[in-house]
Design a protein around this ligand. Structure first.
Ligand code: PLP
Length: 386
């Protein structure tokens, strides 16, 4: 098909040409005397993105899923109780991982479209007088529903309850695109991946842990080898890795960090908000609703609810097969009920307007009634007025 593929799924995201170029390198000896210069610079600079001065950063060859497993297996013991609010596909998967690993997972269900209910969390933690809950697992940005939760609020709830549980945050689709403050929010483990806000291919899990979490590694007895944090610490201190790293991912990360710092993290967050608002204005102009409830709407992905008599999958197929536009599908509970527009990473006004136009074409082609250009016009009006 003529024209390039227009990628608007919430990960993998579009990779800037300069990152692709940076990754196009000959392989090199990861035990050479010059390797630590690159690797140490990445560990140091990742701290600026996670906003931590007291925590330690890690790079694993893996994806966000591996990051979840690193956090759980390195710091917990079989039958330890963990608390998770489940309101989408990814919070469900993290909970499932905990169950499979032999943890006692307390799952609190919230309707899809909602995020973490901080008042309920506080009440639950207050009731846990013996402090049986060892960790709270919080999904910062639930990519399947386009919901962002208030992690500062989660920390406040934990403090208000005087609860010592660890706070682990899945920031796979938020870190490097939505404001995230590890130290300020008292996060003990933060998990991200290369293929979203970092604008790279999948293959890098980027993590940060507090001293409190790292102290738990000495006694944590869940089995681990590839994902062991202590092996990383032993090797990372000299700028090396316990096993063969993915060299292209490391060079890509170097350039990704350069781009993020060049633009400035606050500008990156403001751009994501602006683009997301453009999308939300378009959805409203179509007379449709986003799945995320007020106050929870994500700046990296929007799940758009289709009218009841329509199947969102047909719109996604129409967009892909006729216009080479890739949209995200609804996952599990909302399959067929929503399509998702990913607006994360390397994106500006023009690129998102193209996607909104493509969505209009696909919806019109599938018999939805809307005025052509209404969404595009609403987004343009918003961009011009701000
Ligand atoms: N958590 C969230 C919020 C995600 O969006 C994803 C993937 O999309 C994951 C975890 C799993 O990450 P990965 O697919 O990189 O293993």
């Amino acid at each position: 098909m003529a024209g390039r593929n227009h990628l608007y799924v919430p990960g993998p995201t579009n990779v800037p040409q300069s990152i692709l170029n940076a990754m196009n390198v000959a392989m090199e000896d990861h035990r050479s005397p010059i390797f630590p210069k690159l690797f140490k610079s990445l560990l140091v600079d990742l701290r600026k993105v996670f906003k931590t001065e007291t925590g330690k950063t890690f790079i694993f060859p893996g994806t966000g899923t591996a990051g979840w497993e690193v956090a759980l297996t390195n710091t917990l013991n079989p039958k330890d109780r963990v608390l998770i609010y489940r309101f989408g596909h990814f919070s469900h998967l993290w909970a499932t991982m905990g169950v499979r690993l032999g943890l006692e997972v307390e799952i609190c269900d919230e309707p899809w479209g909602m995020g973490i209910p901080v008042k309920k969390l506080e009440a639950r933690l207050r009731a846990d007088v013996h402090h049986n809950i060892k960790a709270v697992l919080a999904t910062h940005n639930e990519t399947s529903t386009g919901v962002t939760s208030d992690i500062a609020g989660v920390r406040e709830a934990m403090n208000a309850a005087g609860h010592p549980a660890l706070l682990y945050v899945d920031g796979v689709s938020s870190i490097a695109s939505i404001d995230f403050r590890m130290d300020e929010w008292g996060v003990d483990g933060a998990i991200s991946g290369s293929q979203k806000g970092f604008m790279m291919p999948a293959g890098g899990a980027f993590l940060a842990f507090s001293q409190k979490a790292l102290n738990m590694t000495a006694t944590a007895s869940l089995p681990r080898f590839f994902l062991d944090l202590t092996d990383q610490i032993t090797n990372n201190k000299d700028g090396y890795t316990p096993y063969t790293p993915s060299i292209p991912i490391l060079y890509g990360l170097r350039q990704s960090l350069n781009l993020l710092f060049e633009e400035g993290l606050d500008n990156v967050f403001a751009r994501h908000y602006r683009i997301a608002e453009g999308v939300r204005h378009a959805v409203a102009a179509w007379g449709m609703k986003v799945l995320a409830k007020e106050g929870f709407q994500s700046n990296t992905v929007t799940a758009v609810v289709v009218p009841e008599h329509k199947d969102a999958r047909d719109i996604i197929i129409e967009a892909f097969s006729k216009y080479n536009l890739s949209l995200g599908g609804g996952l599990s509970q909302v399959s067929g009920k929503v399509f998702r527009i990913g607006h994360i990473g390397d994106m500006n006004e023009i690129s998102i307007l193209g996607a909104i136009a493509g969505v209009e074409l696909a919806m019109l082609g599938h018999g939805l009634s809307l005025r052509p250009g209404s969404g595009v016009g609403a987004a343009i009006d918003y961009f011009r007025s701000t």
